[in-house]
Ligand binder design. Structure first.
Ligand code: PGA
Ligand code: ZN
Length: 424
């Protein structure tokens, strides 16, 4: 049973306040949960509680910490951390709002994750193994950012994530090796052009490009320079994050100073699919453009993975509605979009039941927390997205995957390219 709970303000990878919760059981075992924070958020995500006002540009979380101390702690003391569903239901009821805005999605996810960690610690198991409950699970296939753009790089380019997937890798460690070579090659190409300008929020190279296509060309060049065959050994994944530059079926491409309608953006992306070795494309249209997302999925979903992030916000009901509409064939799973572990898992289960692929994902504002690597592995999600191959809030997670692969007991191997939608 839970003996004590501590909540505190800590700092995320952008130097902004966030929340950490520590749950201690009667047997002395401890679980710690940390809240990440997005920058390109879906409008239907669980809402973060921030103080507002002047302090830290309104981003402080003192109210959220006080809410945990005054309301959540008394409600959870004495409960069994293993009762995740019961505790999450209590958190949702205590908050009492549909979007978790009263106590804050940040307060709730930190607490929910801390309870999960405490339950695994109480069971004396690593988190992934506790979650797997004895069924065989695999280490996830990583999506790794090479160039960061959009809201993560001052909108230097329109597209948010230019990523690679080591489709030729046969282990997690090998996927990391291949990614390291491509990341370095991309940096060398940028340096050679005098275009090296540091890294974006998730550690990807700052995208000093004059056209979005230039980033794609450079990415292909980097894959070749690293000694790999594009599309065979290493393929491209994109997060368009179209909600950031479009709504109401109008899309404003800042880099080209043009506006496209839904059909125009679809056409442009379909051209890219023909020209570049792209295997996954996230939020190709905006979250309010379900018709466009369905049309794009009809046109491209038999060839590539079409991922819903802002559109689906880790919500089981929205995944079911997307399936009805024929939109997307893969769901991004971000625990803090849902606000509790139970709801996160429900979204993942709904996706799986409907034949959607799943990717567990970090946020652009992260911490040293490595829980999502365990969630991706223990839930057998198949894929993992945590940002680039630099900055230790990212590397901590990739390195944790390597640890899980080499410790014993280990997961039952590595997912590999077969987890990508559509199933081939
Ligand atoms: P965010 O971006 O964490 O800034 O929302 C990540 C993503 O869009 O996948
Ligand atoms: Zn996204």
């Amino acid at each position: 049973t839970i003996r004590s709970i501590l909540a505190r303000r800590i700092w995320d990878s952008r130097g902004r306040p966030t929340i950490e919760v520590e749950v201690t059981n009667a047997d002395g075992s401890v679980g710690t949960g940390l809240a990440p924070a997005g920058a390109s958020r879906g409008t239907r995500e669980a809402v973060e509680l921030r103080d507002g006002g002047e302090r830290f540009r309104g981003l402080d979380v003192q109210k959220a910490v006080r809410g945990i101390e005054r309301e959540i702690v008394p409600a959870l003391l004495g409960r069994d951390a293993a009762d995740q569903a019961g505790i999450d239901a209590a958190l949702i009821a205590l908050d009492g709002t549909p979007n978790k805005s009263r106590l804050g999605g940040n307060a709730l996810i930190a607490t929910s994750l801390a309870v999960l960690h405490a339950a695994a610690a109480q069971a004396r198991q690593p988190l992934w193994q506790y979650l797997a409950q004895g069924s065989p699970v695999q280490l996830p296939l990583p999506q790794v950012q090479i160039f960061g753009g959009g809201a993560h790089a001052g909108r230097r380019v329109d597209i948010q994530d230019f990523m690679v997937i080591a489709t030729g890798a046969s282990s997690f460690a090998q996927a990391m090796e291949m990614t390291a070579e491509v990341y370095r090659a991309a940096g060398e190409i940028m340096a050679g052009r005098g275009a090296l300008a540091g890294v974006a929020d998730e550690g990807g190279w700052w995208p000093n490009f004059s056209r979005n296509e230039e980033a794609l060309d450079t990415l292909v060049h980097a894959i070749v320079k690293a000694g790999y065959i594009p599309g065979e050994d290493v393929a491209i994944a994109l997060d368009i994050a179209a909600s950031e530059f479009g709504q109401g079926g109008r899309y404003r491409l800042g880099l080209e100073d043009t506006e496209l309608d839904t059909d125009g953006l679809c056409e442009r992306l379909l051209q890219w699919l023909d020209r570049y070795p792209i295997v996954s494309i996230e939020d190709p249209l905006a979250e309010d453009d379900e018709r466009g997302l369905a049309a794009f999925t009809r046109a491209a979903g038999s060839r590539v993975q079409v991922v819903g992030d802002d559109y689906l916000v880790t919500n089981a009901d929205r995944v079911r509605a997307a399936s009805e509409a024929g939109a997307c064939n893969c769901v991004l799973i971000k625990p803090n979009q849902a606000g509790t572990i139970t709801e996160t898992k429900a979204a993942l289960d709904a996706a799986r039941a409907l034949g959607y692929a799943t990717i567990v994902s970090a946020r652009s504002g992260e911490t040293e927390d490595v829980a999502i690597v365990h969630l991706a592995t223990g839930w057998n999600a198949g894929q993992l997205k945590v940002g680039s191959f630099a900055r230790s809030e990212r590397m901590a997670k990739w390195n944790e995957g390597i640890r899980l692969e080499t410790r014993r007991p280990a997961p039952a191997g590595f997912a590999g390219r077969s987890v990508l939608a559509p199933r081939r």
